[in-house]
Ligand binder design. Sequence first.
Ligand SMILES: [Zn+2]
Length: 164
Amino acid sequence: MQVGRLFTRRGLKWAGVAGTLLAAGLFIVSAWWYVGYARYDQNSGLDRRLVLANGGVYARHAPVSPDDRPAVAGGEGAGGGSGWIARVDARHRVRFVPSVTISGGQYWVFMPWWPVVLALALTTVWLWRFDRMSPDRCPHCRCNLGGLESAFCPKCGKPTGREV
Ligand SMILES: [Zn+2]
């Protein structure tokens, strides 16, 4: 059993494709929508939220704007509340750079989502390319040797690099 065979399984290749499409889909959602979960504390006027927005993920513990408060279920009640937020972000503003701001117990952290999409896409391309280059294929014409133990490729006649 060659190590390469473990990584050339069809499942892994298609999982890479699915993961890339999912990540790209989340990126598109985050560019158009503001989706996440918030917990609003009425006493401090701060909320903690984790949202998908602006082409990335926001985590923050900061004052909430009055516009946002009604969107948080129970946010108007005594002591505050928590709930899901989902609305279209009319600005469609995509940010590409991570940022971290910490100030007096409050924080704003933004992580762009595009590096995740890129990493998955590159891994998937590599997986598919690796499969094409697998030891089961002729290094010259890449035809499938199908486990054939031969020093020469039956299709192009060039050396397969195998010891027979
Ligand atoms: Zn060949």
